[in-house]
Design a protein around this ligand. Structure first.
Ligand SMILES: Cc1cc2nc3c(=O)[nH]c(=O)nc-3n(C[C@H](O)[C@H](O)[C@H](O)COP(=O)(O)OP(=O)(O)OC[C@H]3O[C@@H](n4cnc5c(N)ncnc54)[C@H](O)[C@@H]3O)c2cc1C
Length: 131
């Protein structure tokens, strides 16, 4: 996030902004939230606040049961990464669906039963997706 040179009331956000973490949706969302709050502060006559750049969590799923995940400096690869990635999905689904339905939707594209989930976590990659 930055302001256009010579125009303190024009903001550049998302992929257009000179942020080391640009190119990620979460960075663009963080920029949007900051700018909305900053405009609110300007309109209320409050002091502006600096934007704090930060690395957001990201995940790269690679096939059934495997993902590379980075969260707050913690990097997990493999099944642990895949499970953490799925927990991130679950957080979203649980925000709009009842808990059991959220679980079903979150895992149904990979596994249909608890035993299939267990197989995926053990590394039996032929399970899932083929359904
Ligand atoms: C194929 C692909 C996959 C991706 N996957 C991921 C991912 O898994 N995770 C992740 O974090 N990020 C991912 N990204 C990156 C993420 O999509 C971008 O970082 C994010 O969308 C940037 O948001 P933005 O608001 O800056 O730009 P955009 O989301 O591109 O929004 C810009 C908007 O401006 C509109 N626009 C352009 N010109 C004009 C104009 N002249 N007048 C009016 N409107 C205009 C466009 O139509 C568009 O709607 C992916 C990007 C691509 C291309």
């Amino acid at each position: 996030m930055s302001r256009l040179k010579g125009h303190s009331n024009v903001f550049t956000v998302g992929d257009a902004a000179p942020d080391p973490y640009y190119g990620l949706a979460h960075t663009a969302i963080a920029h949007g939230r900051y700018v909305a709050a900053e405009i609110d502060r300007i309109l209320s006559g409050e002091e502006g606040r600096p934007y704090m750049q930060r690395e957001n969590a990201y995940a790269v799923p690679v096939g059934p049961g495997w993902a590379a995940v980075s969260v707050s400096g913690l990097r997990l690869y493999g099944r642990a990464g895949w499970f953490l990635w799925k927990l991130g999905d679950l957080r979203f689904w649980a925000s709009i669906l009842p808990p059991l339905e959220a679980l079903r939707v979150c895992f149904s594209d990979w596994v249909r039963t608890p035993s299939e989930l267990s197989e995926v976590l053990k590394g039996r990659s032929e399970v899932g997706r083929s359904a």
